[in-house]
Ligand binder design. Sequence first.
Ligand code: SAH
Length: 220
Amino acid sequence: MQSKSSIQGIGMTSARTRDRLVERLRKDGIRSTAVLEQIRNVPRHLFVDEALASRAYEDTALPIGLGQTISQPYVVARMSEALLDGFEGDSVLEIGTGCGYQTAVLAPLVKKIYTVERIRELYQKSRQRLRDLDIYNVQFRPGDGWEGWAKYAPYDGILVAAAAAEVPQKLLEQLAPGGRLIIPVGPSGRQDLIVVTRTGDQYEQESLGEVSFVPLVKGK
Ligand code: SAH
């Protein structure tokens, strides 16, 4: 269990510091009050190494070890907002749990999240971290996100936190009619954030602009 003061934070992790981040995201165009509220609530400093805790409320990606990063708050907010805009349904599949920050932001805003991470150590740590934060509507799995998670498909929303050269076919198949998939697509370093909406057997695609993610690695 985390103590109340460690969750709320002090100094560079305090409520005022978090308010400044929320203000910045609002200025940068994030509109969803539910998402902004979650950015304020989720203690991002507990998702990074203690040495980086003082930078946790800067709007920047930070290293989390094993060559991976915690996503930039703006990107987490933008993806969450895109997923939830007009969202109907219960279940969300997330690919690339990482440290679990995006998962924690989204968890109270949807009924159930299924999340897949290929690096076992990150899978274990994020599962424990979300338990410590009393988040229980998330099911974790170590594995290859290119395969999705067939067992609980179809999903009303799918969110991919790593960049793919193309949209994985399995994820399109596991998207429910009316559902939407948010995924960065493109080469290393520079990708388009794509929203795919499924209506029946048709898929419509729209771009939300340029982003930069670590690659969605193929295979285990
Ligand atoms: N969602 C995280 C950011 C994750 S970074 C946050 O909130 O900060 C992207 C993650 O995707 C990394 O942890 C990486 O290991 C994972 N990943 C890359 N390829 C994958 C794959 N094929 N299947 C599952 N996870 C993958």
